[in-house]
Ligand binder design. Structure first.
Ligand code: GLU
Length: 428
């Protein structure tokens, strides 16, 4: 019989700020502005459901590891819950709760009929074989078979997961229920019901909202420079699409370090290099290595944090030189940095608006799966761009109306939509 090992305790949130507290402090400000009544406030402030699962997985050496996984359903007032699954060693229940709530607000901002959810497993996928990841994904799906469903809760990729994991999830769920259910998950490979345009959707939304913001600031894309933190799916697509619009990308970074080129980095070359070198930019000759901590405070007009939470804090916000921050990541700015950024007059396109292009095209994928009809790339792009532009304008007008920063305006738009719907639907 295989020997059993006890998986280590979840990683603590360590010295980073608690994303749940960051989310709640913005929520509280927006609730105050809206004059939200106590009943609605109490319904929206906490997740509807938090599921913790233990997943025993036979590892390649024959031993069994028990992984801890989560699925948090924040809210389903607008529709079935929607949100990605994160595989990372720093996954923490409070983080998943914040990410689930952000999904509720994100879907409400772009006006798509979903509630919010998020999942995660504490694991290090970079040290696991494909077989181990597959068995863990199938175990997680089976453990959550009564939570997931095309009209209940619809997962998608997030950090550490992609089309491959979504394919396993779809297959396991379908087998368990005795029918093929493509609409149970989005971000699938194209051949099995994925949508054209889904891969680049989040980065594209970042580009569209950055362009809308530049216009409000009276700046032309061809006249500005940018730094992009994170060169995964979101960061690399945001960089390539901004570059195509004429923005000079002076800095990019990934797990291996940060890289600077005063004349602008050739992003297509950087992506080709990354793809040929194990997904890392290390050794890329088209830019000079720089201190990764300096990227966020470098001399650029636009900053795109597209990596992890809480990278812009009260410690570095004072030194930011950019005029515009477009948040590709979820929660890259901790709440303690907000007043400093506002004081400096920096415009922020907040995460729940800037990165909502991903879930928007996830929604299109789900609609196509339900219709059994595939849309063209033009249909996807044109509709997604319109949704992003409309959402940007709505948030911008709200910020003007209440004289509040874009971030709080996005929460106001989102909470107002959910609260109004709740009033019609009613409680128990
Ligand atoms: N994980 C992505 C996000 O944070 C996508 C979620 C989805 O497509 O459901 O927005």
């Amino acid at each position: 019989m295989a020997a059993h090992t006890v998986y280590k305790e979840p990683a603590p949130l360590m010295d980073r700020e608690n994303p749940l507290e960051s989310m709640m402090s913005r929520f509280n400000i927006a609730a105050e502005i809206l004059g939200l009544d106590d009943e609605t406030y109490n319904v929206l402030k906490a997740p509807d459901k938090q599921v913790i699962v233990n997943i025993p997985v036979t590892m390649d050496d024959g031993k069994i590891h028990v992984f801890e996984g989560y699925r948090v359903i924040h809210n389903t007032i607008l529709g079935p819950s929607k949100g990605g699954i994160r595989y990372d060693k720093n996954v923490h229940l409070d983080e998943v709760k914040a990410l689930a709530a952000w999904m509720t607000w994100k879907c409400a901002v772009v006006d798509i009929p979903y509630g919010g959810a998020k999942g995660g497993i504490i694991c290090d996928p970079t040290t696991m074989s494909a077989g181990e990841i597959e068995r863990m994904t199938r175990g997680y799906t089976l453990a959550l078979k009564d939570i997931f469903g095309p009209d209940r809760d619809i997962p998608a990729p997030d950090m550490g997961t992609g089309p491959r994991e979504m394919a396993w999830l779809m297959d396991e769920f379908s087998k368990t229920n005795g029918m093929t259910s493509p609409a149970v998950v989005t971000g699938k490979p194209l051949v099995m019901g994925g949508s054209l345009g889904r891969t680049e959707a989040t980065g594209r939304g970042v580009m569209v909202s950055a362009l809308a913001a530049l216009k409000k600031l009276g700046l032309k894309p061809t006249e500005v420079s940018a730094a992009v933190q994170g060169f995964g799916n979101v960061g690399s697509w945001a960089a390539v699409l901004l570059h195509q619009q004429g923005v000079k990308i002076k800095a990019v970074s990934d797990i291996s370090g940060a890289y600077w080129n005063e004349d602008g980095i050739n992003i297509d070359e950087a992506i080709a290099y990354k793809n040929a070198h194990n997904g890392r930019l290390e050794g890329f000759s088209g830019a000079t290595p720089m201190n990764p901590d300096d990227l966020l405070t470098s001399a650029v007009d636009v900053l795109v944090p597209a990596a992890v939470e809480d990278v812009i804090t009260e410690h570095n916000a004072h030194d930011i030189k950019a005029k515009l921050i477009v948040e590709g990541a979820n929660g890259p700015t901790s709440a303690s940095a907000d007043p400093i950024i506002n004081e400096k007059g920096i415009m922020v396109v907040p995460d729940i608006l800037a990165n909502s292009g991903g879930v928007t095209v996830s929604y299109f994928e789900w609609v196509q799966n339900k219709q059994g009809f595939k849309w063209t790339l033009e249909m996807v792009t044109e509709r997604a761009d319109r949704i992003m532009s409309d959402a940007f304008e709505k948030v911008y007008q709200t910020s003007q109306k209440y004289k509040i920063p874009m971030r709080i305006a996005a929460y106001v738009v989102a909470i107002d939509k959910v609260a109004q719907t709740y009033k019609y639907r009613g409680g128990f």
